[in-house]
Write a protein that binds this ligand. Structure first.
Ligand code: OAD
Length: 226
């Protein structure tokens, strides 16, 4: 089976009702990144950071996978599908995709501030100040914040290097190192990009654009490659 590597961003989950970041009405219009999504923010005002991610988690618990997620599951009948997601939601998992790598962390997990190897599932929507790891240290959201290293990037690079087809869905390709992954695809590997809007790409790579929402775009992609 050919290896299909899929890189997803916030647009993948937009039709599930989760807000994207950089569009009009996106999260970064309402919130200042430096106040909720950096290690400095966590040191300065952990309550605000916890509240921000608690709200995201609450929204996620009432969201459902959309037809785009489900289409990617169907593709597993024809390809070895590897999903690399920038999303911190669990909609790929809940839709049934079997091979998923999270680049920017997972909203429904917490992590020890003393030992990053200690990662826990969060029961429900709330992570509170005073919630401690087994070593007695405060738990933080299991999210890669701006200014932090992306621990899974090397794995993602090696996945993309092995791709027979690369499919990118719903990302503005503004955040590195994730946005740089496209350039690791082998020369002969076709690259498709599903997004209803223009994407300001930093890459000169030849791309087959599918200017549609994720749900329709995945359906179109399936028709194109099968
Ligand atoms: P952005 O908000 O930057 O981009 C979302 C993209 O989705 C845009 O290109 C939209 O045009 C597109 N889009 C909107 N609706 C869509 C739909 N129904 N179907 C398909 N595409 C649609 O989100 P990301 O590129 O994912 O990081 O952002 C990257 C990272 O920046 C995120 O992982 C997050 C953020 O700050 C962290 O929080 C660490």
């Amino acid at each position: 089976m050919k290896k299909l590597v899929v890189l997803t961003g916030a647009g993948m989950s937009a039709e599930s009702g989760l807000r994207t970041f950089r569009e009009m009405g996106g999260l970064w219009e309402e919130y200042d990144i430096s106040e909720v999504a950096t290690p400095e923010a966590w040191r300065r005002n952990p309550e605000l950071v916890l509240r921000f991610y608690n709200e995201r988690r609450k929204a996620l618990l009432s969201a459902l996978p959309n037809n785009g997620h489900l289409g990617l599951v169907k593709l597993e009948e024809h390809f070895k599908v590897r999903i690399i997601t920038q999303n911190v939601d669990d909609l790929h998992e809940r839709s049934g995709s079997t091979d998923i790598l999270h680049l920017h962390g997972e909203l429904r997990k917490s992590r020890s501030t003393a030992d990053p190897r200690l990662v826990y599932d969060i029961d429900g929507w709330e992570l509170k100040s005073g919630d401690l790891c087994e070593k007695g240290s405060q738990l933080r959201p299991h999210i890669v914040w701006f200014g932090e290293a992306v621990p899974n990037i090397e794995i993602a690079i090696s996945d993309v290097k092995g791709a027979d087809i690369l499919l990118i869905i719903g990302t503005s390709m503004q955040v590195y190192p994730a946005a740089g992954l496209i350039d690791y695809a082998p020369r002969h590997t076709p690259v498709y990009l599903i997004d209803p809007n223009e994407t300001a790409l930093g890459s000169t790579r030849k791309i087959e654009f599918i200017r549609m929402k994720a749900s329709e775009g995945v359906e179109k992609f399936i028709k194109m490659v099968l």
